[in-house]
Design a binder for this molecule. Structure first.
Ligand code: AVI
Length: 319
C-alpha cells in the first residue's frame, strides 16, 4: 500500500561527496581513512539496528529511557505547536516517544540511507495517520537546507543517538552553526550526547561479544567491493576499536594483519602488515564540554537530563 510520505531527494546535492571520491581520497592519505557516513547502506543500517540491541551498547536503551521519563517536560519546553525534524532518523524509533507526547502536525525525517528512510517513515505514516510525514534523503554533513515543501514556524530539531559524536569537534561546531542558521529564533534542538566514562565500559560497547560492531565496520569494505570497481577482500581485515583518552573518542579501525595491495577504480593501494584504515571516531563529552561547544555555535542550554548512572546526556538547546 502506498502511504502518504512526501519524499525529497537531496542526495545528489552538488556538495555531496560520493563514495568513490571519498574512498579514493581516504585510501591515498596517510594514515588511511574512510568516512563513517558510508556505513549506512541497507545492510549497514540493519547492522546498526542490531548493535543497538547488544547488551554492551548502552547508548540506545539509555537514551530511550531518558526520553521516556523526560517526554512531558520536553513538550512543555518546546510548546504544543512544535513540528519535529529528525536528523539521522534511521529506524525512527526514539522519535515515537516524542510524537506520542507532542502530537505535532508534521514530522520530517532526514537520513542518508534512502531505502531505510522510506520504510521507516512509511511505518510512521501508517502508525500515526494524523501526522503529516516528510522524508528527505540527504547527507547532512554537507550543506543544510530544509526541503521546500516542509514548512514550519515552530520546529523542534531532534538529533538523537550521539551521532554528533561522529563529527570532529570542529565539524560538530560547523554542523550546529548551520543548524542555528537554518532554524528560526526560539526554536529548540534536542540532542543526545554520549558521556565520558570508564574506559572499559566504552570499549566493551564498541567490541560486543557477538561481533556485530565488527561486521558493521567490515561492511564498509563490502560496500566498496560491491559498489566500486574493486578487488578488496573484507576477510583480509580485522576490526579494532579503542578509547583514545587524550582525544576523548572511541576510534574504530580496520587493520590489515598482513601486507596486501588492493585495487579501487583502477588505483593501487598498499597496506603494510598491521596498517590501519581509520573508519570512525565517536567523541564523548562531559555535560559542560558539550554545552561549551553548543554555545560556540550560538545555542543556549535550556535543559539537561541524564540517567541514574550518568551514562548518557540529553540536552535541550535553544536557538
Ligand atoms: C551512530 N553513532 C552514534 C554510533 C556510535 O556509537 O558512534 C555508530 C557506531 N559505531 C559503532 N557502533 C556504533
Amino acid at each position: 500500500m502506498a502511504l502518504a510520505v512526501r519524499f525529497y531527494d537531496q542526495s545528489q546535492h552538488e556538495h555531496t561527496a560520493s563514495l568513490r571520491d571519498e574512498t579514493l581520497a581516504g585510501f591515498a592519505a596517510t594514515p588511511k581513512w574512510a568516512s563513517p557516513k558510508f556505513f549506512y547502506d541497507r545492510r549497514g543500517s540493519e547492522l546498526f539496528e542490531q548493535i543497538c540491541k547488544q547488551p554492551e551498547y548502552y547508548l540506545t536503551r539509555t537514551e530511550e529511557s531518558i526520553l521516556r521519563s523526560a517526554a512531558n517536560e520536553i513538550v512543555e519546553i518546546a510548546g504544543p505547536q512544535a513540528d519535529l525534524i529528525e536528523f539521522g532518523s534511521g529506524a525512527s524509533r526514539k522519535v515515537r516517544l516524542l510524537l506520542e507526547a507532542m502530537h505535532p502536525t508534521s514530522y520530517l525525517g532526514i537520513d542518508i540511507s534512502q531505502d531505510f528512510l522510506l520504510s521507516s517513515t512509511q511505518r510512521l505514516a501508517a502508525d500515526y495517520p494524523w501526522l503529516d510525514v516528510h522524508a528527505a534523503c540527504a547527507d547532512f554533513t554537507g550543506e543544510l537546507t530544509l526541503p521546500q515543501g516542509f514548512d514550519s514556524e515552530h520546529p523542534l530539531a531532534f538529533f538523537p543517538g550521539s551521532s554528533i559524536g561522529n563529527f570532529t569537534p570542529d565539524q560538530a561546531r560547523q554542523f550546529l552553526s548551520s543548524l542555528h542558521a537554518m532554524l528560526p529564533a526560539g526554536a529548540g534542538l534536542l540532542i543526545g550526547v554520549d558521556l565520558v566514562k570508564d574506559k572499559d565500559v566504552l570499549e566493551a560497547a564498541y567490541n560486543d561479544k557477538a561481533h556485530v560492531t565488527a561486521a558493521f565496520n567490515l561492511n564498509l569494505l563490502e560496500r566498496i567491493r560491491e559498489e566500486l570497481d574493486s578487488d578488496i577482500d573484507p576477510s583480509r581485515f580485522v576490526h579494532h576499536a579503542f578509547f583514545n583518552e587524550r582525544e576523548s573518542r572511541i576510534e574504530m579501525h580496520l587493520i590489515s594483519p598482513q601486507a596486501q595491495d588492493v585495487v579501487i577504480e583502477g588505483r593501487h593501494f598498499h597496506f603494510d602488515a598491521g596498517e590501519s584504515l581509520h573508519t570512525e571516531n565517536s567523541y564523548k563529552y562531559t555535560r559542560e564540554s558539550f554545552i561549551d561547544l553548543a554555545r560556540s555555535a550560538g545555542f543556549e542550554s535550556t535543559a539537561y537530563w541524564t540517567d541514574p548512572k550518568a551514562l548518557f546526556g540529553v540536552h535541550y538547546l535553544t536557538r
